[in-house]
Each structure stands twice: as C-alpha cells, then as structure tokens.
Design a protein around this ligand. Structure first.
Ligand SMILES: Nc1nc2c(ncn2[C@@H]2O[C@H](COP(=O)(O)OP(=O)(O)OP(=O)(O)O)[C@@H](O)[C@H]2O)c(=O)[nH]1
Ligand SMILES: [Mg+2]
Length: 387
C-alpha cells in the first residue's frame, strides 16, 4: 500500500484555511479536515482574524454590557435596534436614496457610511460602471469557460427572489440578465464580465485563449425551490465544489418572505465548504412602509442562523480577510434604468462584493496579492512545519 495521501480539494475563502478530504487515511471518504495553518500561510491571517473577532466582540459588548467611564451608557440590543430604526425613514420611497443599508452583529440597521467607506463606495461604483458583458451560459460544470485568473462571485437564491434583477442593478444595465415575474426564468448558469481589464502578463494566459477583458466574473444561477429545475443541485453544487477561481457567494433572500429550509441548507453548505458568503435581503420596497423593522427582524434571524452555522463548522467561516458579518438590504427593482443607480443599498453591496472577491478598495480598486495556491505534495497535519 502506498503512503497515505490527502487531497486538497480547493483553496477557498480567505486562503486562511484549507479543507482536506480524508481519502486514504482510513477515514470516512466523505469527511473533511479543516487545516487552519499550512506551511508558509497562516500567521498574518491569524492575527487579522483575531483582530476582526476582537472588533466584533468589542462592538457587541458596547451594546450588551456596561462599558468603562468613556463608553456610552449600556443599553440592551433590542433598545439599540429600536433607537437605530428611529433614524431610518420608514417611507419606502426613501430606500432609493440610500447607497448602503446593512445590519450587523455590532451595529443595528444603518444607512450611514463613514468618510472612508464613502471613498470605497465611490471606488466600487467606478469599477462597476465599466460596461458589463455576457460571457457564456453553462448547464453543467464542464460547460464553464476556463478561468485561471479572474475572481468569480456566484449569485444564489430561491427562484424569483430577484437574482437577475440584482445583477442588473449591480452593473447598472437593466437588460444584462433576463428578468421575469414568473419563477424559473433563469435556467442556466450565466456568467458576466464586470469591471476594467485586469493586467495579466501575456505569458500567464492560457495558449489559444484571449486575455480576460474584465476584472471580475459574476455568475447568475437558476433559483431553487418553486418551479426550479430538478438538475439545479447537481450543476451548482459541482460548480461550488470545484471552480478554482470562485472567491465568494452572494446569497439572496426575499425580505417579504421567511427563511426557507432550502435557504438554511444552502447556507449550511457554504459554511461547510468555507466559501465566503455575503447575505443580501432583496425586495425591501415590497409591502407596507415598515421596511426598516421588517428587514431588521429578518437580518437578526439570519445573523443568529449564520452564527450557529459558523460555530457548527468550528468557527472562522464568517471572519477573516475580505469577509463581512453584515446582512445587506436592497431594493434592486427600484434602481433607475439607464444609469448606475445607487439607490436601494446597491452601493454597499458593490463594495462588499469586491472585498469578498479579494480586491482592496481605496481611491482605486486593486487586486490583493493572493497566497500561492498550494498544489504540491500534501503533507499530513503532523508534518506541517510551523512558523
Ligand atoms: N418590488 C421589487 N421587485 C423586484 C425586486 N427585485 C426583483 N423584483 C421582481 O421580482 C421578479 C423576479 O425577479 P428576477 O430577477 O427574475 O428573479 P430571479 O431570482 O432571477 O428568478 P429566477 O431566474 O426565476 O430564479 C421580477 O418581477 C422582478 O421585477 C425588488 O427589489 N423590488
Ligand atoms: Mg433569474
């Protein structure tokens, strides 16, 4: 019998953890081992992760427990949320005027952005203002065009939740993806090129293929649930597991509905595969003029669900570089056609998508250097050389 071997499935998320399939160690072939540290990786990201978790904890403490002399008087989270909601106009026409609407662990629903964030939103807007092009449709994993360099972000959600409308609002092109009132409109995985042309040395481009025209690929998917195609699971799951340049998923949930069992299942799957996940509520404008309370309640339920899943997979899924713990709120259908609308919270989501995909947002959007994808011989956990 040859030496035991582990096979690295995919480096996904922040490159700070690696899931390894235990194939030949006598373990269950379906089980996965999470390696948090791998040779030449880990130390810096560990520090960043700890800093992020300390920040979140500090934010939560400031809402939950009495602070020191310098802190504002302690208030419980429910009161903090009620106070925050008083600052947000319930008139749904006001939705279109908000570039960012989000609800986080450390901050109740807000439409405010700091000056630094406003710069990042402007940079993200310039990135998305480049004309978006349809790239290809794929029915199965093998139909996806090869991609060695451009980060991909996939848009997932139940049928009719507003995935295609969301994509159109992101890129400011009302007809980029087809939208319909009837559930089940999108039947294939459709890829779109977004953003400016990346600078990729010619020698790194696969022979016989043109250099990529866009810095980001967004993939619209068929919805699951009512009127969805039976083959959804297989095609999208294979893509999620094997697509090399996949850097994150945007999960859309309708703010006018409850969390479906299928939504819970999908979030669990993304947690399991350690895929960076951005959670976005759609259709905030539907219903009566109570959107701040409705969206805030749903975001709270979601944050609890996400925290539970994070714990279940050993923590680390929702923290780390490029990850956000906020739930974003949007009303894509309200974006004014013909120009890159900022209304309905789309600005904040643009910035969050770029961060998820591994870009740095300052005055310009730049691609972060990525850790080298580990493709050499796989070592056992005990053989890892610690720094
Ligand atoms: N009021 C409102 N309607 C929206 C919003 N987003 C989408 N819609 C509507 O919801 C319906 C479904 O939108 P789609 O974008 O086709 O939804 P989808 O998730 O792509 O649907 P499938 O491709 O069938 O899975 C359309 O009638 C849209 O106009 C929104 O933010 N507000
Ligand atoms: Mg669609």
């Amino acid at each position: 019998m040859g030496a035991p071997r582990l096979s690295v499935s995919r480096l996904c998320g922040g490159y700070d953890s690696v899931r390894v399939r235990c194939d030949e160690l006598g373990g269950d072939s379906n089980s996965w081992m999470l390696m948090r540290h791998i040779y030449k990786m880990g130390c810096r990201r560990d520090a960043e992760r700890q800093a992020a978790s300390v920040k979140v904890k500090a934010g939560r403490q400031s809402l939950e427990s009495p602070g020191n002399n310098a802190s504002p008087p302690a208030i419980d989270r429910k009161t903090a949320i009620q106070q925050a909601l008083r600052d947000v106009s319930p008139d749904k026409r006001s939705l279109a005027s908000h570039k960012v609407i989000r609800h986080g662990l450390d901050r109740p629903l807000t439409t405010k952005a700091t000056r630094e964030e406003a710069r990042q939103l402007a940079a993200a807007e310039r990135f998305f203002a480049h004309t978006c092009h349809f790239l290809y449709s794929a029915e199965a994993l093998r139909h996806h065009a090869p991609n060695d360099h451009v980060p991909e972000v996939v848009v997932l959600g139940a049928s009719n939740v507003g995935k295609s409308s969301f994509l159109n609002a992101l890129v400011g092109q009302p007809r980029a993806a087809r939208v319909s009132q009837r559930p089940g409109r999108t039947t294939l995985m459709n890829a779109y090129g977004v953003g400016p042309r990346p600078k990729i040395p010619r020698e790194l481009v696969r022979r016989g293929t043109p250099p990529p025209r866009h810095g980001l690929v967004l993939v619209d998917t068929p919805g699951y649930g009512f009127r969805s195609r039976a083959g959804w699971g297989a095609a999208v799951l294979a893509y999620l597991e094997a697509r090399r340049m996949l850097r994150g998923a945007v999960v859309l949930l309708s703010s006018e509905k409850r969390l479906l069992p299928e939504d819970r299942w999908l979030l669990g799957l993304l947690a399991e595969s350690n895929t960076r996940t951005l959670v976005v509520l759609t259709k905030a404008d539907k219903g009566r003029n109570d959107w701040p309370v409705r969206c805030s309640d749903m975001a709270e339920t979601l944050l609890e669900e996400l925290q539970g899943l994070d714990k279940a997979v050993g923590g680390g899924w929702r923290a780390g570089e490029g990850a956000t713990s906020d739930v974003y709120v949007t009303s894509a259908g309200m974006d004014s056609p013909g120009k890159l609308g900022n209304g309905g919270g789309m600005g904040g989501v643009r910035a969050a998508i770029l961060e998820t995909a591994g870009f740095t947002l300052q005055d310009k959007v730049t691609k972060k250097a990525e850790a080298v994808t580990y493709s050499g011989p796989v070592v056992s956990f005990d053989d890892i050389q610690w720094k």
